[in-house]
Design a protein around this ligand. Structure first.
Ligand code: PLP
Length: 398
């Protein structure tokens, strides 16, 4: 493979935030307003977000990780409890179980969707199961209609890691947003996610008790937030009612979030167009037979946070890692989502997992690649990705 100088210098990133004049102006307004941390902009962003997804409460925090931790804490996950988590996810989904003193019980995923199946979750339930966490991988919703019914019958709360999933919807008839099926859902506004505040997250719930507990614990376990003490009507007095955390979102971030939220449909349309275009071009490409394309779901709308292809390894003379290296040499940035949790040293040492335990995830991990996908990618960018994949795979064909 011959790489020109020009190609080697230009790297198309696998993700890139889209920040416009509106976001910049909103942030400037906050900076000039005299109140930059949690205050009126956060309250407004929460109100807008709750209205958008149809949740009773939205609690803005500084990450989805924080939102997941608060959800499990509010549910009451304690030492000795088990929480079922798919192995195919980011570190955050399971570490929060450990922060509560619980044990993450990792389950395998479906070979087609890479999401945990209702069956794998149900069969992992024991008398110690305190909650189940669903992860909508890449923005493809988990089959929650079946799972929520099964869990409700057993009285086990469902928490959704919807970090990838805004604004995916679920349901054939009246659709609902992924993230609003469980007792609580967590969305991420990290830089690469579908809308961003740099860092940020949102906990949504219809449960008044969970919302109240999460609000308290997000700010040191104080009885009232700083903004309410600062307001004209506020008092300086507060009470510490629990040893809380420091998880609050800033008004600077929230101002950006409100603008990104307004643009969510524009971003989604762009992601859907890129995904559709990838699917058509890759299927028609000279190496289409060497690639498995990502699953979509019949009645689910996919947020397309990630576009994950899989290589037909037995028919290639090179492995996934070399494909990634060679794509990089051609100027295409890619990534891998994710290294399944049970393959990491911590989960092996602390909980005794082995590589062979969850065979579908172990096998599929070896052949996944996340291609660049972000609103603002041009047609030429897409062509560049597809022709680069052809240039790397064609000579490696067995
Ligand atoms: C990004 C991500 C998170 C954490 O989001 P933060 O906002 O960065 O804390 C959680 N779960 C999954 C699956 C993620 O990809």
């Amino acid at each position: 493979m011959v790489v020109t100088q020009r190609e080697a210098h230009r790297i198309l990133p696998f993700a890139r935030p889209v920040i416009g004049a509106g976001e910049k102006q909103a942030v400037l307004d906050v900076l000039e307003g005299g109140w930059i941390t949690t205050g009126p902009r956060v309250a407004l962003f929460e109100e807008q977000f709750a209205a958008r997804v149809g949740a009773r409460h939205a609690v803005a925090v500084n990450s989805a990780t924080a939102a997941l931790h608060l959800a499990l804490e509010a549910i009451g996950v304690k030492p000795g409890d088990e929480v079922i988590v798919p192995t195919w996810t980011f570190a955050a989904s399971a570490e929060v179980v450990v922060h509560c003193g619980g044990r993450p019980v990792l389950v395998d995923v479906d070979a087609r969707t890479l999401n945990a199946t209702p069956g794998s979750v149900i069969s992992a339930i024991t008398p110690r199961t305190r909650a189940v966490m669903a992860v909508h991988l890449g923005g493809l919703p988990v089959e929650l209609e079946t799972l929520t019914a099964e869990l409700q019958a057993r009285g086990i709360p469902l928490v959704e890691d919807a970090a990838h999933a805004f604004p995916s919807r679920i349901g054939g008839g009246p659709t609902r947003y992924a993230g609003t099926f469980g007792v609580a859902g967590a969305y991420s506004f990290y830089a690469t996610k579908t809308i961003t505040t740099g860092e940020g997250g949102m906990l949504v719930t219809d449960d008044d008790g969970i919302a109240e507990r999460a609000r308290t614990m997000a700010l040191h376990g104080l009885s009232a937030g700083a903004w309410s003490r600062y307001e004209r009507s506020g008092s300086w007095r507060y009470q510490i009612v629990a040893p809380g955390f420091k998880y609050n979102l800033t008004d600077i971030a929230a101002a950006m979030g409100s603008v990104q939220l307004e643009r969510a449909d524009e971003f989604l349309a762009a992601r859907v167009e890129i995904a559709t275009s990838y699917t058509a071009r890759l299927a028609a490409s000279s190496v289409g037979d060497l690639i498995e394309l990502p699953a979509g779901n019949g009645d689910a709308s996919h947020a397309w946070h990630l576009y994950i292809i899989r290589l037909d390894l037995p028919r290639l003379a090179i492995g996934r890692d070399q494909v990634i290296d060679e794509l990089r040499e051609l100027g295409v940035g890619t990534s891998v989502h994710f290294i399944p949790l049970h393959l990491h040293p911590y989960y092996q040492e602390a909980f005794g997992y082995r590589n062979s335990d969850l065979p579908v995830a172990t096998r599929e991990f070896e052949r996944v690649i996340s291609l660049p996908i972000w609103p603002g990618m041009s047609d030429a960018d897409l062509d560049h990705v597809v022709t680069s994949i052809e240039r790397v795979l064609e000579p490696a064909r067995r």
